[in-house]
Design a protein around this ligand. Structure first.
Ligand code: GDP
Ligand code: MG
Length: 726
């Protein structure tokens, strides 16, 4: 059996090619020990060849989990051949990985993908010349249009010579690598020696750990590396990166011709002229998001999401299921308490959450269009420009983007950020972004209090990003976080038509995990909540109560409700809002689930919405709705996300600081919204809290505009000096 590893940058077309080459004969699973997808399949018409789809990687330096997995596989397992797929419309950036793969001492076949788009762009690539300089077969293909696949299959089936090392580095570096190879000669297998030398030169932490150098060897290695660093006046990793890109530029100069005239912009370039324009980019982005929220959650003729949700709420969970359940319960002769548990607890609680499924599916579908067609990469690029001004890199935007689905992978995505301080800052703020579980909370208030206005959801998104930016500005001015942001290189793939199958798959994947949670976690807590709100202490003994205001849950809620008095959570809704906020820590859908259980049967079904919505509308004013919504969007995330913060920070102090910061920030913003907003609407009279609110606003402005810490960032240099014994 011959194994071929399929490697390439994210979005280069790996999955498409893998499917085309293997047909339906494939297995998916996870890589041992991690939840990164592992796929393998047999090459069509060549049963003895196994293709292994590696997770998308930009380089063989382990910044992300995917990169760690792929690198471990390539270096340790040594497949028989590497099929490197590059995006032909972005060849320069993609060849960066190729230069590293060629150092692995494995046979490499290079597939230049997107031939159709390359042709359309008018650029030309001389494959023969490229193949000659790289010393490996180079084949032009289109994975999507199934062009060139036979030729590629033929090359894969043939035995290929071992890839020859690219001529990327200058003599000083090569000299240093020579010396390092001597140093490591008895530690690693000879075929991997060069690769290990390169990684040791870069001071790659994982490799150094694995090598177990003794102090004398460490000292010699450090001396070799520092000498080169002095000569170039740059750090080792940047030296290699620069020389690799210089090398790519040199080879492409010989075989790549860009279409000459400037007037021949591709349509992709034309779109980018508007979409990434310095002045238009942000307004366009806000407009796009607003349009998406209008379709998914608004109240217009095009709001398919809302129509679906209305139907589920009014018909499915408004009539069919309750009526059906009632009939069933009566027929079965089920007792009063149990049928109330089922109707007011389970059906109302789970139903309140499931009602938002249509809106969420539409939202996910539209977001996957943006991702699939390439617009989201533009957004990261636009955000880099914005974030950079505040000392954050666009790299911090990727975790935020992931967090719109779920905060847990969002927090994990922060691993791509190399600088520790920026990574910490990103972990601390990723939870501000409204994740999919927070969408029902937004939907509930948008529906119950704000007449389905699409601006509610849009502003929740803007408030989330705003909280990140404001936190970035404020925290960057403290010494622990100060420093230049990391450079952010990213490719802007040409716009693609998204494929329907991809869109449906990713929509379903996100939607299904939401539905699954409603059936398990949310269901279980509906039951617990219902019991706690149906029983109370009456005359010293536990008994069933009619009014949940005297229930156990109300007593519990009231014990903590004082915390939120300054935020305007008052009257009967105070304990309900408090309980909802705390159950929201289990999972954010719980907030709506809790309202579903607590408000069941309290409102009237009407034209405007469900009975629960009506009951919520009676309890919340616009200002208190905002104060509640903002607090729940920005405060500590759910337990799963807190766990992710703990894992990524790998330190309790930082974990607690992050959670404390989020809660504090949420509290301050909600306090200002209620106290200052309330003064305008007349709900609030001027009190000591108003003074506090204005004082906090002043403090926030001072923190925003004060001069930051600007000392030189000496830590790295000091650490290096210590290590080399100076
Ligand atoms: P992966 O991230 O490397 O797995 O990339 P995918 O296989 O998911 O492909 C990314 C996008 O590129 C998808 O929208 C594909 O439909 C598209 N794509 C892949 N190959 C081609 C191609 O040859 N031509 C064009 N025009 N699009 C392609
Ligand atoms: Mg893929």
């Amino acid at each position: 059996m011959k194994t071929i590893a399929l490697a390439g940058n994210p979005n280069s077309g790996k999955t498409t090619l893998f499917n085309a080459l293997t047909g339906s004969r494939q297995h998916t699973g996870n890589w041992p020990g991690v939840t990164v997808e592992k796929k393998e399949g047999r090459l069509k018409n060549h049963e003895d060849i196994l293709i292994q789809d590696l997770p998308g990687i930009y380089s063989l330096s382990p910044y992300t989990l995917e990169e760690v997995v792929s690198r471990a596989y390539l270096v340790k397992e040594q497949p028989d051949m590497v099929l490197d797929i590059v995006d032909g419309t972005n060849i320069e950036r993609n060849l960066y990985l190729t230069t590293q793969l060629l150092e692995l001492h494995l046979p490499v076949v290079l597939a230049v993908n997107m031939a159709d788009m390359v042709r359309a762009s008018g650029n030309t690539l001389d494959l023969k010349k490229l193949s000659a300089v790289l010393g490996c077969p180079v084949i032009s293909i289109s994975a999507l249009k199934k062009e060139g696949l036979d030729e590629l299959t033929a090359e894969l089936a043939k035995p290929q010579p071992t890839g020859h090392r690219p001529d990327s580095f200058e003599p000083q570096v090569l000299q240093a690598l020579e010396e390092i190879q001597k140093l490591l000669a008895d530690k690693v297998p000879p075929q991997s020696l060069y690769w290990y030398a390169v990684k040791a030169f870069e001071r790659d932490e994982r490799v150094l750990e694995e090598l177990h150098l003794d102090p004398e060897q460490t000292r010699r290695l450090e001396a070799i590396v520092t000498k080169v660093e002095k000569e170039y006046d740059d750090d080792a990793e940047s030296i290699l990166t620069t020389q690799r890109y210089d090398y790519i530029e040199r080879i492409l100069a010989g075989c790549f011709t860009k279409r000459a005239t400037a007037s021949s912009l591709t349509w992709s370039d034309k779109i980018d002229r508007v979409v990434t324009n310095r002045w238009l980019a942000l307004p366009v982005f806000v407009l796009v998001m607003w349009e998406i929220y209008t379709i998914a959650m608004g109240q217009t003729v095009v709001s398919i999401g809302t129509m679906g949700t209305d139907w589920v709420n009014d018909v499915l969970f408004g009539e069919w299921i309750p009526n059906g359940v009632e009939t069933l319960l009566t027929t079965l002769g089920v007792g009063d308490v149990l049928s109330r548990l089922i109707q007011d607890g389970i059906v109302a609680g789970v139903g309140a959450v499931l009602g938002f499924v249509p809106q969420m599916l539409v939202l996910f579908f539209l977001l996957s269009i943006l991702e699939d067609c390439g617009y989201m990469s533009r957004v990261a690029f636009i955000m880099d420009r914005l974030f950079r001004r505040f000392g954050l890199s666009g790299k911090s935007f990727i975790p935020l983007l992931v967090a719109t689905g779920c905060g847990v992978p969002g927090i994990m995505a922060s691993r791509t950020i190399e600088q520790d301080r920026d990574r910490k800052l990103t972990i601390m703020t990723t939870g501000f972004i409204p994740c999919s579980a927070k969408m029902p909370i937004i939907g509930l208030f948008a529906g119950a209090v704000f007449g389905q206005n699409a601006w509610v959801a849009t502003s929740a998104f803007v408030i989330g990003i705003g909280a990140v930016v404001v936190s970035g500005i404020i925290l960057k001015k403290f010494k622990v976080f100060a420093g230049e942001p990391a450079p952010f290189v990213m490719e802007l793939p040409a716009y693609h038509w998204p494929t329907l199958a991809n869109l449906l798959a990713s929509t379903w994947e996100r939607g299904w995990s939401f539905i699954k949670r409603a059936g398990t976690l949310i269901l279980a807590s509906s039951i617990v909540l219902w019991f706690l709100q149906s029983f109370g202490i009456v005359n010293g003994s536990l008994s069933l109560v009619e009014d949940n205001n005297v229930s156990l849950l109300a007593d519990l809620g009231r014990m903590l409700a004082w915390i939120f008095v300054p935020l305007g959570w008052a009257g009967d809704m105070a304990w309900k809002a408090t309980v909802a906020t705390f159950t929201g820590l289990i999972a954010k859908e719980e907030v709506v689930n809790t309202f579903g259980v607590l408000y069941a049967g309290l409102g009237e079904v009407s034209e405007e919405g469900t009975e629960i919505w009506a009951a919520v509308a009676a309890d919340f004013s616009a200002v208190t709705a905002w104060s509640f919504l903002i607090f729940n969007l920005l405060c500590a995330p759910c337990f799963a996300a807190m766990g992710a913060i703990r894992r990524e920070m790998n330190n309790w102090k930082w974990t607690l600081a992050s959670i404390g910061y989020m809660c504090g920030f949420a509290y301050v913003v909600s306090l200002m919204v209620y106290q200052i907003g309330g003064l305008f609407t007349g709900e609030v009279t001027f009190s000591v809290f108003s003074v506090v609110a204005f004082a906090l606003l002043g403090l926030l402005l001072v923190l925003l505009f004060r001069k930051g810490y600007s000392g030189r960032d000496d830590t790295i240099h000091t650490a290096m000096a210590l290590e080399s014994g100076k």
